[in-house]
Design a protein around this ligand. Structure first.
Ligand code: AMP
Ligand code: MG
Length: 506
């Protein structure tokens, strides 16, 4: 057979519910042509999870598909409409300005997943932008997304990156690329905001039913589904952000168009993992006020949830006052959900077992004292936690050098040991299991900024993919400790760390 179309196009078995059920919520659109497509990255395990034939999608066939040159059979590419609050200011129309939803596939676990392009050219939502993306930011999305996935944090994932062979013009000309992104959906707070801003209650209700069917099917037909969806989104975001904070992740651009309803992390733009612990840490060059600083993330999630609540008011109850009261109760519950999740994440990081409710206050204080120590002594967040696992085995020698002043550490360690001893005495845990348990959740390797930049620079400036591939391999097993991992565990040299900034890469 010489029919190359079936080779490349057949592997996707699309079932496009968004295109089918939400007519009027998008504009059908085609990806731009790429003059010289080249497959730079294919996520084979993810391809397999999606029921795709990774072999058939590698090489030239994959380059044709993932650059947008050959739209696979069954895809119905479209640009989604959405609005959003960006840094607090509302834009009634954002939308997919450089992205397209190709369609959805049902994966091997029966989950519906969006397949979308990013960097595939201008659309009716592009405003002043060129619709394009450069290799660097797209490979960055691969690295950070795969790192988050390996850390067990809900995230959209990269299926492929293809070079287009065309320069994109930023401060300088850069090689262009298209990312193929896989997501539980691309529904976001901003999707609801788009129709709410237009007072289109019919479409809002349609969107509500679609969202519920997709993410909370147990709520289908429930009279109070709008309120309960709001609560579910809040609970998912509380859990997500608690996990982000457990690994020192700063999203950097938590605009309402970048907050999913699925609870997955989306849009890896100016994000970064923190090195020295600092709740005020900000990396994004455009976040002057620190709106999206590390420690501010739960407040922003709640703020975004309130924006979602506003859109749902007419669907929650025909009586506006009653609807607002119900929605407000959900928003007010968010800090409690977050606190519970945050404590659970960090208690496990401390090697403590879930204890009685009376322990919550004491454990929170113990945890806060640890974080204060990391902060005042500018300790590397990742290594601080990781070496605490060594201390769980009675070996403090690796931990101590991270702290300039040893006395407060010694005092804290003895309080911590009293607490772990209580767990062991109550047979909630065994001392011998503690260190391995801690190493299984406190990563050794995160996507350190200097390593990420080094990998992207090699790929973008020298077309050398090897540093990227090596870094990716290390990020995919973040809890392992061996010779290959050690090189990626080191913090950036101080002078680099201090002036590190991230950019949106648009
Ligand atoms: P982001 O900050 O990536 O979440 O994007 C915010 C908005 O800007 C979205 O509507 C994007 O589609 C749009 N956008 C970002 N970069 C570009 C670009 N290069 N061309 C057109 N639209 C863009
Ligand atoms: Mg976005």
């Amino acid at each position: 057979m010489t029919d190359t179309r079936t080779d490349t196009a057949a592997p996707f078995r699309f079932d496009n519910s968004y295109a089918r059920d939400l007519d009027g919520f998008y504009v059908p659109w085609k990806p731009a042509a790429a003059p010289q497509p080249e497959l730079l990255y294919l996520n084979r395990p993810l391809a397999q999870e999606l029921g795709l034939n990774a072999q058939a999608l590698s090489g030239a066939a994959g380059a044709a598909v993932f650059s947008g040159n050959q739209v696979p059979d069954g895809a119905q590419p479209l640009a989604q409409a959405y609005a959003g609050h960006q840094f607090g200011g509302f834009s009634p129309q954002l939308g997919d300005g450089r992205a397209l939803l190709l369609g959805e596939v049902i994966d091997r676990h029966g989950q519906r997943r969006d397949i979308a392009f990013k960097g595939s050219g201008r659309t009716p939502f592009s405003r002043g932008g060129d619709g394009k993306a450069a290799i660097g930011p797209m490979l960055r999305e691969v690295l950070i997304g795969e790192s988050m996935h390996a850390l067990g944090i809900p995230t959209t994932r990269a299926l492929a990156v293809a070079g287009t062979g065309e320069p994109v013009h930023r401060e300088t000309p850069l090689p262009g690329a298209v990312l193929t992104r896989v997501a539980a959906s691309h529904l976001r707070v901003g999707t609801f905001q788009f129709y709410a801003a237009r007072g289109d209650e019919v479409r809002l209700r349609q969107l509500l039913d679609y969202t519920v069917a997709r993410h909370d099917p147990d709520l289908i037909g429930a009279p109070d589904r709008a309120l309960r969806l709001l609560q579910r989104v809040g609970e998912r975001q509380a859990a997500l952000i608690a996990q982000w904070m457990g690994v020192g992740f700063i999203h950097g651009v938590m605009n309402t168009d970048n907050m999913t309803l699925s609870g997955e992390t989306i849009d890896y733009g100016p994000c970064a993992f923190m090195e020295a612990y600092d709740p005020q840490a900000v990396f994004s060059s455009i976040d002057h006020g620190g709106r999206y600083a590390f420690g501010n993330q739960p407040h922003i999630a709640r703020w975004n949830l309130a924006r979602l609540a506003e859109t749902l008011v007419p669907l929650i109850d025909p009586e506006p006052e009653r609807a607002v009261a119900l929605a407000t109760a959900v928003i007010d519950a968010f800090p409690g959900w977050f606190q519970t999740r945050w404590l659970a994440v960090h208690r496990a990081k401390l090697g403590l077992q879930a204890a009685t409710p009376e322990d919550d206050e004491a454990d929170t204080a113990l945890l806060q004292a640890w974080l204060d120590l990391l902060h005042t002594q500018t300790v590397d967040f990742t290594l601080g936690w990781r070496r605490l696992a060594d201390a769980a085995q009675g070996n403090d020698a690796a931990l101590q050098p991270l702290f300039a002043d040893p006395a407060p550490l010694a005092a804290w360690l003895s309080a911590w040991r009293e607490r772990t001893a209580r767990d062991d005495a109550a047979a909630r845990s065994e001392a011998a299991d503690r260190a391995p348990r801690m190493r299984a959740i406190n990563p050794l390797v995160i996507a350190r900024n200097h390593r990420v930049e080094e990998a992207l620079d090699a790929a973008s400036a020298r077309h050398d993919m090897q540093p990227f591939e090596r870094l990716l391999a290390a990020l995919q097993r973040p809890f392992d400790d061996d010779g290959a991992q050690a090189a990626y565990a080191q913090p950036a040299p101080a002078e680099l760390a201090e002036r590190y900034q991230t950019f949106c890469g648009t």
